[in-house]
Ligand binder design. Sequence first.
Ligand code: SAM
Length: 289
Amino acid sequence: MSQFTAKGGRGTLDPGLYFVATPIGSARDITLRALDILRDADVIAAEDTRTLRHLMDIHGVALGDRPLVAYHDHNGERIRPRLLRALAEGKSVAYASEAGTPLVADPGFQLSRAAIAAGYPVRTAPGPSAAIAALTVAGLPSDRFLFAGFPPTGGGRRKWLADLAAVRATLIFYESPKRVGELLGDLLSSLGNRQAVVCRELTKRFEEVTRGSLSDLAGGFADRDVKGEIVVLVDRGEEQIADEETVDEAMRKALMQMSVKDAAQAVAEAYGLQKRAAYQLALKIGGEE
Ligand code: SAM
């Protein structure tokens, strides 16, 4: 047990809703402020009450006689009013998801919306999130990234992946260990052979970071019995360099289907043009036709 002692106590926390980030592996990756909030909040809510209880025990934070309420995807509708009532009574409510940052592929969004709509303060004790941890160690460009969450498994998966092909940013996916091989294969066919990284069990004992081309990674993970928690990251694609004729042709086609503004934006994004230049080209071609 890490002995957590600090001043504070019940009633010292301002009223409002507090989203508390918790560790994604190593229990010591919790912030001192998160522990303060867990110690001082009037009401504690958690996606998994046992996991949070255990974390509080590890750090010597007593629950005392405070309510510890389960709030997750399956009971949100029913439990939300209870948490909002506590906020209406001027209480402080702390919410933690099972691991990492609430709302990031985890419950909390509806609760935050409801609290904001009702005018209650919403605050956070920021901390670990697997997406940011993976980006930190991946070695892929970090100036621009897109968190895509879990890819859909049913119909629409191909289109969902294809839509990401034009995004000029590092792509970050969460995936179950059972499907990581399949995901790498699908990413290869949808996005081409880009550089990618598979991060497994970050901050845990069997942490593993595997870097390579999508083709190599898809081959390497195809027959592997993968265990643990996984983040997959993919580098942005090469910018398309096109000659004037190709861009003109693309703009003509776009103008047949879209407004001048939308055509300019689509062609600018596809060919990495300045928006203003693309707009002027769209006006020129549109005027000729
Ligand atoms: N809210 C969490 C966050 O901020 O990262 C994510 C919750 S989501 C339900 C769980 C997924 O996050 C896992 O399936 C995995 O993709 C990723 N994940 C969580 N912990 C991880 C870890 N230690 N290493 C790698 N991926 C992890």
